[in-house]
Write a protein that binds this ligand. Structure first.
Ligand code: NDP
Ligand code: GDR
Length: 373
């Protein structure tokens, strides 16, 4: 019998890669999507089969992590073997603007799912994965961060995820549920949301290269992150649910780079040599040289990166570096894609998109490029 999985957040970056992965493993995959006024399933459209086909293995349900009865009904109907709770208001900066909503969805939403599983008597059948985060470490107490490093959340998002982390541990201990936390460090891909820093950079610089945007406006570019590829990380989410006992794992690469370095990589993938000068909000990125034909609209001397304090956060997480030793030793997991290669892949995809857009523009179809960051 094929296993059945339920994924919250199926329309997001990780949801789409996990769906691909589970379908390939033969699972029947159910996903919860939110009702939106525009289509929001672009990341999984390539996987979606005509629902009128009787053996379709991907099924979508309308729902929301803020809606208890809806979650309970979906879980009751599906009786899943595995639940992956990836749904969240996942943007740290946005959580300062919408703290209560973030707490409701990211913290209480997790409780709603766990309680639905328990209430329906599925606590011995259904395995539960919680998308925990390196943001829990916030103001870091130890470097590198591992499973035993104390938490110190620095945002409403991280505080909400702290509750979700502990309620998952609590349901494991109180009800003997197979429930575990993946403490995942930042992971990216060409499917990353456009307002997270890596994608903002690759998309912004590709647009600048083709004359669609004048300049990239950034926040704290000294910030240090441990970036991996989402494809490597969803494999680990599944592995965590296939063990004899439920445990929590740090998933990271063990390597750290600054946002400034990532900008330099992305520029270089477009043939642009960039140098940074100035301090604080006065810092700028200036073009030194351009080689090749990927950036016809950029020339030496152009300032294409500036700092805009609006992207600074009320409380910042300056540095994160994970220690994935436990995942390597216990599960044999090793990340296969480096941050540098991932950056290249993202630039290639965003440059393709920018070229398509520039072509439309050249033919009089001038759609607005969103400059939101
Ligand atoms: P995304 O922001 O790409 O996706 C979030 C998903 O959650 C989307 O499908 C979104 O739907 C859905 N969602 C948002 N609000 C609700 C709600 N109220 N009810 C139901 N679904 C909702 O995130 P990622 O794929 O990058 O991350 C997946 C999970 O992993 C998140 O929980 C995130 O916090 C966590 N995480 C991510 C890391 C990363 O670096 N990517 C690292 C560590 C943890 P819609 O498409 O309609 O917006
Ligand atoms: P993060 O990711 O906050 O770590 O959360 P993000 O890519 O948003 O920021 C990383 C770092 O870059 C700095 N930064 C900027 N960030 C954004 N978004 N835009 C900017 O213009 C900018 N300039 C500098 C940030 O200040 C920060 O230090 C992500 C999310 O996916 C969470 O859901 C997840 O839990 C964590 O990663 C691990």
């Amino acid at each position: 019998m094929a296993k059945t999985a339920l994924i919250t957040g199926i329309t997001g970056q990780d949801g789409s890669y996990l769906t691909e992965f589970l379908l390939e493993k033969g699972y029947e995959v159910h996903g919860i999507k939110r009702r939106a006024s525009l289509f929001n399933t672009q990341r999984i459209d390539h996987l979606y089969e005509d629902p009128h086909v009787s053996n379709a293995r991907l099924k979508l349900h309308y729902g929301d992590l803020s809606d208890t009865s809806n979650l309970t009904r979906i879980i009751s109907d599906i009786q899943p073997d595995e639940v992956y709770n990836l749904g969240a208001q996942s943007h740290v900066a946005v959580s300062f603007e919408a703290p209560e909503y973030t707490a409701d969805v990211d913290a209480i939403g997790t409780l709603r799912l766990l309680e639905a599983i328990r209430f329906l008597g599925l606590e011995k059948k259904t395995r539960f994965y919680q998308a925990s985060t390196s943001e829990l470490y916030g103001l870091v107490q130890e470097t590198p961060q591992r499973e035993t490093t104390p938490f110190y959340p620095r945002s409403p998002y991280a505080a909400a995820k702290l509750y979700a982390y502990w309620i998952t541990v609590n349901y494991r201990e109180a009800y003997d549920m197979y429930a575990c936390n993946g403490i995942l460090f930042n992971h990216e891909s060409p499917r990353r949301g456009e307002t997270f820093v890596t994608r903002k950079i690759t998309r912004g610089l590709a647009n600048i290269a083709l004359g669609l945007e004048p300049c990239l406006y950034m926040g704290n570019i000294s910030s240090l992150r441990d970036w991996g590829h989402a494809k490597d990380y969803v494999r680990m989410q599944w592995m965590m649910l296939q063990q004899e006992s439920a445990e929590d794992y740090v998933i990271a690469t063990g390597k750290q780079y600054s946002v400034r370095e990532f900008i330099t990589w992305a520029a270089s993938d477009l043939g642009i040599t960039l140098s940074f000068s100035g301090d604080g909000v006065e810092e700028v990125g200036t073009v030194e040289a351009v080689i090749g034909d990927l950036a016809p609209n950029v020339k030496p001397g152009d300032v294409i990166v500036r700092i805009d304090p609006r992207y600074f956060r009320p409380a910042e997480v300056d540095t994160l570096l994970g220690d994935p030793t436990k995942a390597k030793e216990k599960l044999g997991w090793v990340p296969e894609i480096t941050a540098r290669d991932m950056c290249r892949e993202m630039v290639v995809e965003d440059h393709k998109a920018a070229r398509r857009y520039a072509l439309l523009k050249a033919h009089g179809l001038d759609l607005p490029v969103s400059l939101e960051g």
